[in-house]
Design a protein around this ligand. Structure first.
Ligand code: FAD
Length: 403
């Protein structure tokens, strides 16, 4: 009987195990997790879970019985070594598992803040359920919160902390929020919305150091010399892929584990999926590594189908992503990359609009704010590669449906 070992039980790992069974795979499936408890969803950690709108039991992808019913062996130990020659993985408890197929889904870890004081108590990341619980405990005893990094996680946390009544200051070196991903046209709405919520947003501002008292953080000192008192500091300055096991096993790494269009490494028995995988784009552009639930689950399904013996097709899903920040729901379809033009349709001030990003006359991404219908249409338009003229989009009465 064939066996599949999956390293990591996050969105990609869990979905791969579940999809193997859905696709009729009858061999052994082992899901190896270094985290305690049942595999769980991460997006609510910065939103509903912080706001007390969901609980641990609801975060779990499935109840415990699902794993035994589907013969998925959940192993709660870290994987420590991959021996590709022997096709075995060694775990932290000294045991080892044999595999016919290995799927690496080890995700990413938060980037550490490289300044003095980053090790003080009260300086926390947000990646795991344990992190969220630590943040909730810290929020309960504090009023002044500083967030370093105006990316998705930083801003979602900032919005939640503000809604919980805390004083919140966000510091970012970039000139706009979510600058790495979002168009300037769309970022304006988020700058305004966070400020309207009462959050202090300090842009083009770096962090010089963190100051503490009795080992606990007390303030953030910015590169502009400002001292921001804070009892809690959330660090959200990006994530780095967890590639160590793959590197040690001699697999190629380039901002993630290098895989081909089938999500296979150079070793046909080893695949990588989710946040940790660096894969070729369907449009022939430079390879990408994406951090999103859609990417993790769609790649998991693609690899499961291949292992289960179904026709192996190149991974070509249109990437999409969402982020909830206060009253704004952002949905992004496609990759903005080097768009040469971004055109707004709708009402930015009212927080109800979409930004169409165009590259060489082709639609390459659509950022929608509080417009779920536009987002769904955009995914279809991007899948069939749609030509678009910026002048048409600017015409009064334009809607995405016209495309
Ligand atoms: C707070 C937060 C909010 C988010 N919000 C959104 C959102 O709104 N929308 C969206 O699309 N995306 C969101 N994301 C991103 C999304 O959750 C990730 O892209 C997704 O979880 C990636 O899935 P993954 O399985 O690749 O990695 P992960 O879900 O990170 O899972 C990797 C797992 O592997 C484990 N692991 C690592 N090394 C080992 C080892 N050696 N042995 C055993 N286990 C190991 C890790 O502990 C982890 O449990 C959010 C992420 C966070 C942290």
């Amino acid at each position: 009987m064939q066996s599949v070992v999956i390293l990591g039980a996050g969105h990609a790992g869990f979905q791969c195990a579940a999809a193997l069974r859905q696709q009729g795979f009858t061999g052994d499936v082992s899901l190896v997790s270094e985290e305690r408890g049942l595999p769980y969803q991460r997006p609510p950690l910065s939103k509903a879970y912080l706001l007390g709108k969901t609980c641990v039991a609801d975060l779990a992808f499935r109840a415990e019985a699902f794993f035994s019913e589907h013969r998925i062996t959940l192993i709660s130990h870290a994987a420590e070594h991959i021996d590709r020659g022997a096709q075995r993985v060694t775990l932290g408890n000294g045991e080892s598992l044999a595999y016919d197929y290995l799927v690496i889904a080890t995700g990413s870890r938060p980037r550490a803040l490289p300044v003095a004081g980053a090790g003080l108590a009260g300086v926390l990341p947000l990646q795991t359920l344990d992190d969220a619980d630590r943040l909730l405990a810290a929020l309960a005893g504090c009023t002044r919160v500083a967030v370093i990094g105006a990316g998705f996680i930083g801003l979602e946390f900032a919005a939640s902390a503000r809604l919980l009544g805390h004083d919140v200051t966000v510091v970012d070196i970039a000139d706009r929020p979510m600058a790495r991903v979002l168009s300037p046209e769309c970022a304006v709405a988020f700058t305004n919305a966070h400020r309207a919520l009462g959050t202090k947003l300090l842009l083009q501002t770096g962090v010089e150091r963190l100051e503490g008292e009795d080992g606990k953080v007390a303030a953030v000192v910015t590169t502009r010399g400002e001292r921001i008192p804070a009892d809690l500091v959330l660090v959200g300055i990006g994530a780095i892929p967890r590639v160590e096991l793959a590197m040690e096993a001699g697999l190629a790494v380039d901002n993630g584990i290098v895989v081909d269009a089938m999500l296979r490494t150079a070793d046909p028995r080893v695949s990588a999926i989710g946040d940790v995988a660096s894969f070729p784009r369907r449009d022939g552009g430079p390879r990408v590594r994406l951090e999103s639930v859609q990417n993790a689950t769609d790649q998991a399904r693609a690899v499961a189908a291949r292992i289960a013996g179904h026709a192996a097709l190149p991974y070509e899903a249109v990437p999409w992503f969402w982020s909830d920040q206060g009253r704004l729901k952002l949905q992004i379809a496609g990759l903005r990359g080097d768009a040469d033009e971004c055109v707004v349709t709708g009402d930015v001030t009212a927080g109800n609009f979409s930004v169409l990003c165009i590259s060489d006359g082709m639609l390459c991404a659509v950022e929608s704010v509080n417009r779920p219908a536009d987002h769904m249409l955009a995914r279809r338009l991007l899948a069939r590669q749609t030509r678009v003229s910026p002048d048409n989009v600017r015409e009064p009465g334009f809607t995405l449906k016209m495309l």
